[in-house]
Design a protein around this ligand. Structure first.
Ligand SMILES: NC(=O)c1ccc[n+]([C@@H]2O[C@H](COP(=O)([O-])OP(=O)(O)OC[C@H]3O[C@@H](n4cnc5c(N)ncnc54)[C@H](OP(=O)(O)O)[C@@H]3O)[C@@H](O)[C@H]2O)c1
Length: 353
């Protein structure tokens, strides 16, 4: 890999793409050249990178010649069509969509958990689902220490998780309601302002949604834990940015709040905010724009043996998307990657990807 790679952001004008550009700059990723790609609608728009205006170009099959790393965030169908073309052109793709996450030839990576899997790529690396990523930032360290059998969880997902149009929909509906006007809706099937929708992604025959099943499926692959089980209800809430998840987790080993806190305080990319007496717990408002996720409300689960309840919040545009993608790109440049596979058997490592 070129030490100062030519990087492309595909979907550069979207909610995630904009954060990718900011994250590359903030983390001083050694970008040699930056190419910004989006649909024909955005051609000619400019976006700032390191103080310079970069003009957005249209994504085409010929966009990838000379590009070393392409960060994709333009939706699943664009990824399915263009990621293989980019990989074929010799570029490494980090894909934010769900298109390749469960493909056994494609590593699915959260660098704090399975950075070593990056090395197994064959041109495409997948970024996990945002709710799964935020949950695993707290769950994986506990799993490593105590062996997680299963979780029951409910998510509280921000509208920016649906993209730029959904942010605009919440703004517009709040404005309409404040001014006594009729509410109009384009993105969600119901009004999202001053409401909550127990509906994220499309429904499956089981009654769960696709989003809800990502926790179990992607969690198994990322944690190298083929027996992990997760029953999840995903809920869209009128929050602009940062997802939260209420988790009840059951462990193999005896769990105490003190032991769990000790583990979580050492976990990379995670802050512990847990002082209920002072009303201190993670809040999506304060997690917005933060790289770290935060965990709190730790307590023994009164309905599970060896169970622990916790609440985790994180900026899904960052740890659930742009930051994680840039961290993966950093791993690509880092030849000294030290695998964090403590507690994971050789068999689990090899069957995971
Ligand atoms: N939002 C999140 O929190 C989040 C988290 C994790 C993963 N993701 C995933 O990231 C992807 C993007 O999400 P987003 O929230 O950023 O969506 P978004 O705000 O709607 O942005 C979509 C981007 O894709 C581009 N695009 C659309 N059609 C295109 C085409 N035919 N050719 C080239 N570019 C095209 C758009 O360009 P124009 O502006 O030109 O239309 C825009 O830049 C999705 O796969 C999503 O599942 C999102």
């Amino acid at each position: 890999m070129n030490e100062r790679p030519h990087v492309a952001v595909v979907g550069a004008t979207g909610a995630v793409g904009i954060e990718m550009i900011k994250t590359l700059e903030k983390r001083e990723f050694p970008v040699g050249k930056l190419t910004l790609l989006a649909s024909a609608r955005s051609v000619g728009k400019t976006l700032k990178f390191r103080g310079q205006d970069i003009t957005v170009k249209e994504l085409t099959k010929n966009s990838f010649s000379g590009i070393d790393i392409a960060l994709f965030s333009a939706g699943g169908s664009i990824s399915k069509e263009f990621a293989p073309i980019a990989a074929q052109a010799g570029c490494v793709v980090v894909d934010n969509s769900s298109a390749f996450r469960m493909d056994e030839k494609v590593p699915l990576v959260i660098p704090e958990i399975n950075a070593a899997d990056v090395k197994l790529h064959k041109g495409i690396i997948a970024n996990p689902n945002c709710t799964t990523a935020i949950t695993l930032m707290a769950l994986y360290p506990l799993h490593k220490a105590l062996g997680c059998k299963r979780i029951f969880a409910s998510s509280y997902q921000a509208v920016s998780g649906t993209g730029a149009k959904a942010i605009e929909e919440l703004r517009r509906q709040v404005d309409q309601l404040v001014h006594g006007q009729k509410v109009t809706k384009e993105v969600y099937p119901h009004q999202i302002a001053f409401n909550v929708l127990p509906h994220v992604d499309s429904f499956l025959a089981t009654g769960y949604t696709k989003e809800e099943m990502k926790m179990e499926n992607e969690g198994r692959k990322i944690m190298h834990h083929p027996n992990f089980r997760a029953s999840v209800t995903c809920v869209r809430v009128p929050v602009y940015r940062a997802h939260s998840v209420a988790v009840s987790a059951e462990f193999e080993k005896l769990v105490t709040v003190e032991a769990a806190l000790a583990v979580l305080k050492e976990a990379p990319g995670l802050d512990v905010v847990d002082n209920p007496a002072k009303a201190e717990y993670p809040l999506p408002l304060y997690q917005s724009d933060q790289y770290n996720c935060a965990v709190g409300r730790l307590r023994k689960d009164c309905a599970l043996d060896n169970g622990l309840c916790f609440w985790v919040s994180g900026d899904q545009l960052l740890k659930g998307a742009a930051l994680n993608a840039v961290q993966i790109a950093e791993e690509l440049l880092n030849e000294q990657t030290v695998p964090d596979l403590a507690g994971v058997s050789k068999t689990q490592q090899s069957c995971a990807v």
